[in-house]
Design a protein around this ligand. Sequence first.
Ligand code: NAP
Length: 251
Amino acid sequence: MRPLMLVTGGSRGIGAATARLAARRGYDVVVGYRSDAQAAAAVVAEVEAAGGHGLAVAGDVGVEADVVALFEAADRLGPLAVLVNNAGVVDAPGVLADMSAARIERVMRINVTGSLLCAREAVRRMARSRGGAGGAIVNLSSAAAKLGAPGGRIEYAAAKGAIDSFTVGLAREVADEAIRVTAVRPGIIDTEIHASGGEPGRVAEIAGTLPMRRAGTAEEVAEAILWLASDAAAYSTGAILDVSGGRSITP
Ligand code: NAP
């Protein structure tokens, strides 16, 4: 039987690249998405072309009932082995002095509350003490967690800082439940998230200033996620792996 991976935000970008690579590495994949059913169905078709079972499930990770329904749908494919907590959003660039409470609340709800709720559902299924077989959770942080994103998106950076703390805390909380919890911290990755945050030209503008003089690809992040999820990383938990081309290295 192929192990089952659930990828939130699997309809495009890093999530879609992760779903595709996972299928090639032998996983069945549940593709969570919010709105783009056509894109999610296309990823599922690629998963099935690679020999895996795929299932697309719509829902907002920031809404508890949707998260519960997402995991119940996944249960129909088999026991969950891996959660990739990938769904995330950015807002348009702005300074804190101009931010509304609604903006801050939305960024925190989707990026932080959503990830915590998904991890909760995964732990309930994976924990040995609850009859589970263990598993792995890989969270999507960001280089912004270390850089702080001043003058642009400090609320997003704060949300990703919360992901770092939650990764370390949950890893220790469930270490004896055979569940590993890790994260990747991508730098500037060439996906549609920049356009969705009102900056379609961001990658082209910033690429030349990066240490490698280029942005990363969704596939490069997916490789790190698949490694952290795999048994090859069996003794890594609470680890947060920079996939930033050197952007966020601190001494
Ligand atoms: P993306 O291309 O914008 O894709 C986002 C995905 O998340 C889509 O599948 C989208 O579904 C889904 N999604 C958005 N809001 C959702 C919600 N409320 N509920 C459920 N699904 C939702 O993003 P990406 O660049 O691949 O980023 C993936 C993750 O990496 C995010 O957590 C992001 O913060 C992080 N990251 C990205 C970068 C980067 O430079 N790209 C850097 C650091 C960290 P629909 O399309 O159906 O709406």
